[in-house]
Design a protein around this ligand. Sequence first.
Ligand SMILES: Cc1cc2nc3c(=O)[nH]c(=O)nc-3n(C[C@H](O)[C@H](O)[C@H](O)COP(=O)(O)OP(=O)(O)OC[C@H]3O[C@@H](n4cnc5c(N)ncnc54)[C@H](O)[C@@H]3O)c2cc1C
Length: 394
Amino acid sequence: MKEDRTNNLLGKDLRVHIIGAGPASCVAAINLAKAGIAVVIHEQKSDVGSRFNGDFQGIENWSTNMDALEFLSSIGISINFLCDPYSIGTFYGPSMKEYIIRTSRPLFYLIKRGTDSNSLDQGLKQQAIDSGVKIIWNDRIKHSHYQTTIIGTGPRAADVIAKGITFRTSHNDACFGFLNNEIAAKGYAYLLVNKGQATFATILYEDFQKTQIYFQRALETMQSVVKIDIEKPKDFGGFGNFILNQDRNYKEDVLLIGEAAGFQDALWGFGLRYALLSGYLAANSILTGKSYNQMCSEKILPLMEVSLANRWLFAHLGNLGYDKVLKIASRKNDILESLRKQYRPSMFKGLIFQVSKLSYRSRLVDKQCMHQNCDCIWCKHCKESSEFKEALTI
Ligand SMILES: Cc1cc2nc3c(=O)[nH]c(=O)nc-3n(C[C@H](O)[C@H](O)[C@H](O)COP(=O)(O)OP(=O)(O)OC[C@H]3O[C@@H](n4cnc5c(N)ncnc54)[C@H](O)[C@@H]3O)c2cc1C
């Protein structure tokens, strides 16, 4: 690993350029701008959230003790977007037996992604603009020549794939989850309903070329137990990228944040908390001179390592194990504490991590290349790979 550099640029006539206007970038921009630094965001699309389609996501509340709302406030973010707590969910294993899981505090906060006015993306954009951040739209950066740059361009390869629909419905607000390798290979399917809108998706960790088949099976399975009307369905899809051994301060004054840095939750793909935190840490590093790599090593990597161990364990449960785990979970008064324990570093998780590390390979090949026609941040060659194209061609 390169020697860490000091990013204390306060006092100089500094302008920070941020590539990409995703959640990680907006958090970095907001914190820098509030500290009086001039910030310019370069976004390749004409608006934020274009990678998404009004689909619901969750800011999870189990990987750390800090409640997600407190966490958002601690990184300088106010709630000007849909952010509804969910404390109960109905889950099904392969046997299709119903398990109700309750938590004393929210299991997650439901947020919306995309261009709708109440989405997380629009909320963060507004906070950035209000803080004085300049955003340049339709500005796809291929090579950055700016001196101080933060790169928050999102995932660079598909280690996990999502395929789903958003739709209108008259169903009550609800959360449903499905564990079954026939409908979500080593992953899960979920249905989230909020105020007449719904998101249904399947998440795959392998077998990407059969995404559409898994999705159809998942939809039929869900409809066999949930009586829900589906009006005006719209497709959406996406992917996630998990990388452990990335040097996030990989060039002088160039910091990688969010999924561009490979910050993801290997277990279930809940990468938002890492993305938001990394944006905050990057801003903090520029403002205080503290090492960004060091802060990531202390605050993000231990959780990612445990999440990789958890992924290995989860992938080995198989269909028989899913029902058993759901049965145990549904008997607990509050699953939150048990889930949190699963994210605590321990000797056992450390051992499993060593094993899981041996078998895990991100599909990203070259993590530092800045040239075209490769796996780099700028050209996203991986997106063009035949496996990926096939998976998202519907
Ligand atoms: C379907 C799906 C469901 C998910 N569900 C959840 C969930 O429930 N909970 C959770 O915590 N996480 C979830 N995630 C993961 C979460 O969405 C990501 O971790 C998060 O969006 C990462 O944020 P980011 O800021 O790093 O990148 P992004 O949100 O991807 O933003 C990157 C931005 O950079 C822009 N950009 C890219 N390249 C360039 C360039 N060269 N020049 C200029 N701009 C560029 C893009 O247009 C985009 O606006 C999900 C992901 C998917 C795909």
